[in-house]
Design a protein around this ligand. Sequence first.
Ligand code: GLN
Ligand code: ZN
Length: 763
Amino acid sequence: MKTTILGYPRIGAQRELKKACEAYWKKTITKKELLKTAKTLKKQNWLIQKELGIDLIPSNDFSLYDQVLDTCLSVGCIPQRYKSIEQTNDLELYFAMARGLQNDDIDVTAMEMTKWFDTNYHYIVPEFEKNQSFAYYSNKITEEFKEALALGIKTKPVLIGPVTFLLLGKEKESGFHRIDLLNRLLPVYLEIIEDLIDLGVEYIQFDEPCLALNLSDKERAAITTTYNAIHNKFPKLKIFLANYFDCYGDNLETALKLPIDTLHLDLVRCHLQLDDILNSKYFNNHIKLSLGLIDGRNIWKNNFEDSLNVVQKALKKLPPENLWISASCSLLHTPYDLELEKNLNSEIKQWLAFSKQKLEEISTIRNLCLTENEPYLSLYEENKLANLNRKTSKLIHNSKVKERVSNLKDTDSHRTHSFDIRQAKQKEALNFPLFPTTTIGSFPQTKTVRSWRLKHRKGELSNENYEILIAKEIEDSIRFQENIGLDVLVHGEFERNDMVEYFGEKLDGFAFSEFGWVQSYGSRCVKPPILFGDVSRNTPMTVYWSEYAQSLTQKPLKGMLTGPVTILQWSFVRNDQPRETTCNQIALAIRDEVIELEKHGLKIIQIDEPAIREGLPLRKEEWPNYLNWAVKAFRISASGVKDETQIHTHMCYSEFNDIIASIADMDADVITIETSRSEMELLDAFVNFKYPNEIGPGVYDIHSPRVPTLEEIEKLLSKAKQVLPKEHIWVNPDCGLKTRDWPETKRALENIVNAAKKLRQQE
Ligand code: GLN
Ligand code: ZN
């Protein structure tokens, strides 16, 4: 029985790769220096895996930016607009595709980016033309294999499988389906494989996580064609086929019939599939199974007892040499090393495992299966104790919270009256003009503002002085908003580092790491809070600043909260209870805050839910269940207030079409959404559905420093006016303004207010 993993984090324990890339982009280090950092990181990764007992170590899981972008270059899938860079400098081309390039000679946009399955990792979206050709272009894959070989490690190169690669991309013109490009792509893969085999490669890992999706017959057939072709040409090659993030589902039969050496299973997301496979009539016991037992998506210690039971089950049908012990998916999605954390509560720390600890867990499980000698048994006992402690720890379990969740009644997720009645009461209480104007919450987080927070955190700025500075910033922003004539004001979120972390820090049940970074895209990393226990709110979280801001103005001030689904989605969450339960706990905490804001005089409260869509399960059959509890959690958070209090929600980076019924079901009085970049195209979903409540389609693309002109905004608004009842329309930017600077923000918001005024005059 051997051990393997699908991939290791590459950003560096201290985010060395991030720092090196950013320095290279700023031209403060050379290409040679960047590549040296990369080489060191790869070497460290390989050696640590070897040292900790991984038998089959991956290569080509490293990337300077993104593994899908790497694949584009490997197979020469380079969009036309980069052709002039192609000849001159490989790294310049690579980063131009990733980030765009603007200099005296050239001005090209970046390739699109989107989320990698249901993770928070973003990949570069391959672009395909009808006459797309492919050619073996970059030799990164072979070079990395050689690099590891020089260290005495014969790796298993990781390739994104051709079918997944095609499905992840996008047709840039009509008249074909990208899967039809397989017959042109496959020969290039065969060339790459041939080169690898010439270098002595035995195993190649093909990542085909598209097998976790609902595939068409044609797409399934493409899988069969691909692996038959590879096997026919290279019968001795050991094909390691990896699917992860969900079961094989309807694709299982296809997978089991392939001429492969090993089939990898994500047993964390889908533990029942092992029985299905072992009992399937298509299962032949020459196939090896890679048991993905260790969670590659979360930070909890494995439960050795459970894992050993799974292995025992497999051993009933397979000899030990046909089993690999592994992690569910690449460890890319978990932080580097728990040992770096010096400030984590030690009780909590004993429940956790980051990537390096997961390597140890993998080898320990294998060792426990093979031998029964002392050192491993003590590790087993230690693991058992830690898991037992977690089951009963006072830090986690709060009976009051559990009771409150189990006593939730249907009425808790319903406002007192329906929208029509609430709307009438709100119109009277708030008395807005037609097309009321507002913003989404945050104002520019300038360097100065961030430096106050940092100094305050480090203890270099007293509470009192910090609060004086924040108060002044809020006051300035209120005066500005009043001056330009916005109808609903916000306090600006200057005291918040991040919309989830801020609330996590105030709620019970969350812990924070210092180095728990996970790559989000390119050089960007996130440090998700660790949601370890029952969530409760023991102190108001936003009342102080909201009440203060409201006291400065006669205009209504909008309280600003992050919704339960978004808090859940952007944290490392518990695996000892259903996500639904955790989400309800957060929902109740937010509900209490909403009620308290109302008590302190706020008439409007926004509960942001930008992450509702990304929580969707990979398989459509699981959508209704998720949407059901996610919407309900939002409603629990929003339903404790009286009819007159207006609840807003906000969503961005979303396609709304397929979930519009659920969005309507959230029953927020007002929703603000991102629509300006798509020229209001995203609004169609709401229009076609006849979305019943009020809606603010964004008219200012906050991702760009560009200031939209008055005319542009008017044009967007008149589009909205043609399709929505005018009494339902709000006027606002696409999203919060924290990444913008003040001068452009001021000009853009002035234009927004003036556009609304002009629209009113036309009535
Ligand atoms: N209220 C938040 C802000 O303005 C919303 C951010 C978001 O939607 N991502 O920053
Ligand atoms: Zn947003």
